[in-house]
Design a protein around this ligand. Structure first.
Ligand code: ATP
Ligand code: MG
Ligand code: MG
Length: 349
């Protein structure tokens, strides 16, 4: 059997490791701290993502490297590519870990985005507000997740407060999109360029955090599906992507508007574990190991995935009492507000 190296020790790594084990692979987690992935993976290197020596030793110990977490130092990861296949490739990581890069890349392939400007100083933010208008959202261009590193701007005099609140990092100002719904395209691309794509879920966010993903999505989302999936396929091809790739979209009167992408399995694809013939995790493992990809067909007439955030996880006894609910707990020891503790999936026959 071969060994799959995974950068990151969170719940996405845990679910990847379970899928890998089912296909007969061992996993080796590389992360600065232990986490949910370590409970199910036999091997670990505990080191920083920019520790070139530890990374090189890790690369020699595994047969392929993937990542469940894209907020890693790019240069040392790119340096692994000559030693071991890194899948998805370095270009996917570099593009998707920076909001300025990903917006420009997707626009270059014909995708629609919110009006945006790259911002590296308060003076540039003031110019950007004048150009983009308001309301707008200022986001750090790197390292944001679950709505962290963002500030809403509803009037130009909020520029200084917004700039200070995100910590004056390289940033992007985005015009606020008036949207009806949010959805995502989750696809897997194989080593040979074959693409399979899941039907798009309706994604509902609360406080900037995904709350639920529902299949099938309403007709307004279905009307955007072909255009969004075609764009996502173009993005995957242009990156030479191998593995799962996720693009988030808004449904607007003008059609789908691209929000952001993730070069990895995604929370809005968790419904596929029980709700699709092949889960996003299995398809990611198949793709990076050069295996044929599996069917993305839905197993029932509908699926709902509900995230268990913070104290929601205390509802586990009631969820277990539901005959058809699939409970997933990530084994995180500390409950914190806004922290993803688990999820539950309900498949309608
Ligand atoms: P994730 O956990 O999905 O990676 P994130 O921190 O990268 O989250 P975004 O996806 O950029 O954050 O934004 C979180 C949510 O905030 C979006 O799903 C959407 O509901 C809202 N949002 C973000 N950008 C805009 C925008 N330009 N216009 C309107 N709403 C927005
Ligand atoms: Mg994001
Ligand atoms: Mg998002």
């Amino acid at each position: 059997g071969s060994t799959i190296g995974i950068l990151g020790s969170g719940q996405l790594g845990r679910m990847l490791a379970v899928a890998a084990a089912q296909l007969g692979y061992r996993t080796h987690i590389y992360a600065p701290e232990t986490g949910p992935a370590n409970d199910v993976s036999p091997l670990m290197t505990r080191a920083r993502y920019d520790d070139a020596g530890a990374l090189a030793a890790f690369a020699r110990a595994v047969d392929v490297v993937t990542y469940e977490f894209e907020n890693v130092a790019f240069a040392p990861i790119a340096a692994l590519s000559p030693i071991v296949p890194v899948r998805p490739p370095a270009l996917s990581l570099a593009t998707a870990q920076d909001r300025v890069n990903e917006k420009g890349f997707v626009e270059g392939l014909g995708g629609r985005t919110a009006p945006w400007r790259a911002v590296t100083s308060l003076a540039e933010l003031e110019e950007a507000i004048a150009a983009v208008g308001w309301p707008a959202i200022l986001k750090t261009s790197r390292f944001g997740y679950d709505g962290h590193g963002q500030a809403r701007i509803t009037a130009p005099d909020q520029a200084t407060a917004a700039w200070e609140s995100i910590g004056a990092a390289p940033a992007i100002l985005e015009g606020f999109v008036t949207f009806d719904h949010e959805f995502s395209i989750v696809l897997a691309r194989g080593v040979d360029g074959t693409i399979v794509s899941y039907p798009p879920p309706l994604n509902v966010h609360r406080d900037g955090i995904l709350a639920t993903s529902t299949i099938p999505a309403p007709a307004e989302v279905a009307a955007c599906w072909t255009e969004a999936a075609t764009l996502a396929g173009r993005v995957a091809d242009a990156l030479g992507h191998v593995g799962v790739l996720t693009l988030e979209f808004f449904v607007t009167a003008d059609g789908p508007v691209f929000n952001e992408m993730a070069p990895r399995v995604h929370n809005s694809g968790h419904w596929t574990i029980e709700g699709a013939v092949t889960s996003q995790f299995e398809n990611h493992i198949r793709a990076i190991c050069g295996l044929p990809l599996g069917s993305t067909d839905v197993t029932g007439s509908g699926v709902e995935m509900e995230n268990l955030i913070g104290e929601d996880a205390a509802r586990w006894p009631q969820i277990l009492a539901e005959p058809e609910a699939h409970l997933h707990l990530y084994g995180k020891h500390e409950v914190r507000a806004g922290r993803k503790m688990g999820h539950v999936t309900r498949v309608r026959r």
